[in-house]
Design a protein around this ligand. Structure first.
Ligand code: MN
Length: 230
C-alpha cells in the first residue's frame, strides 16, 4: 500500500445536538437570493430570478461559538443568517414528494461573505468563490434531527450584532422552499449523506468588524453565535 505524501486533512464534522455522534460533512451547497426582500436589497427583481447556487469547501466549516479572525482582503465582511439542511441519504432526481425523505436534520448557519469581492466578481461575470468560499465562512450550529423537530416550514429567523437586531424574518418567506430546493438541486447533483444546504438569507445583511459579536436563531432549529477577534 502506498503512503500519503503528508498527513491528510482531518475529516470535517458537525455536532448533532444531544448526542455524542457527529455528522461528517461532505459538500456544502448554498442558495443565493432566496428571500424577496434580500433580493431587492441586493438590487435584483425577485420575480425573475431562477434559483441560484454556489458551493463552499467543507473546510470552511466553523462551529457556533467560534471566535475567528477578520478575513483578509475585504473591507466589507457581511453576516447572512440561514436555515441549513443536513442530508442523510443519497438522492438523485427527487420529486417534490420524495425530497424531504433524504433530510436528516436542520441547523442554523452563517454564510459569512466578503461582499466587496462577491459583488466585484458578480459584476465582472466571474465566479463568486473568493467572496464566499474562504476559511471560517460556513458557521454552523449543532444539527437537530427531523425526528426531534420535524421539517420546519415557518419560524422566526433573526440575527443581532452586539445585541442590535439586524435581520428578522420568517422561514415562510423563502422563495424556494426546502422541498423545492432539494428536488431541484437533486436534478443537478447526486446528493450524498453529509451534504449540507445553506438555504439563503433574509434582508438586513450588513458588515461586521473586529470585536463584534454575532448572535442569531432560527426557530425551532436553534441558536448560533460568532465572535470576530480583535
Ligand atoms: Mn447566503
Amino acid at each position: 500500500m502506498s503512503e500519503y505524501l503528508f498527513e491528510p486533512a482531518p475529516p470535517v464534522s458537525v455536532e448533532i445536538a444531544a448526542t455524542d455522534v457527529r455528522f461528517p460533512v461532505n459538500r456544502i451547497f448554498c442558495v443565493g437570493r432566496n428571500y424577496a426582500a434580500h433580493v431587492r436589497e441586493m438590487g435584483f427583481d425577485p420575480d425573475r430570478e431562477e434559483p441560484c447556487y454556489f458551493t463552499k469547501s467543507a473546510r470552511c466549516i466553523a462551529p457556533s461559538g467560534s471566535a475567528i479572525p477578520y478575513p483578509p482582503a475585504t473591507q466589507n465582511y457581511h453576516h447572512e443568517i440561514e436555515l441549513v439542511v443536513a442530508i442523510g441519504r443519497p438522492g438523485f432526481e427527487l420529486s417534490l414528494d420524495e425530497s424531504l425523505s433524504v433530510v436528516y436534520g436542520y441547523a442554523c448557519g452563517l454564510d459569512m461573505t466578503r461582499r466587496d469581492l462577491q459583488v466585484a466578481s458578480r459584476d465582472s461575470k466571474g465566479p463568486w468563490d473568493i467572496g464566499k468560499d474562504f476559511e471560517n465562512s460556513a458557521v454552523i450550529s449543532p444539527i437537530r434531527t427531523v425526528e426531534e423537530i420535524g421539517h420546519p416550514a415557518r419560524g422566526r429567523i433573526q440575527l443581532s450584532v452586539n445585541d442590535e437586531l439586524r435581520q428578522d424574518s420568517d422561514l415562510e418567506n423563502l422563495i424556494w422552499s426546502v422541498p423545492e430546493i432539494i428536488a431541484h438541486l437533486s436534478g443537478l447533483y447526486r446528493l450524498e449523506p453529509g451534504d449540507l444546504v445553506y438555504t439563503g438569507t433574509p434582508d438586513g445583511v450588513g458588515p461586521v468588524g473586529p470585536g463584534d459579536r454575532i448572535s442569531g436563531s432560527v426557530a425551532p432549529v436553534g441558536d448560533i453565535a460568532l465572535a470576530i477577534r480583535n
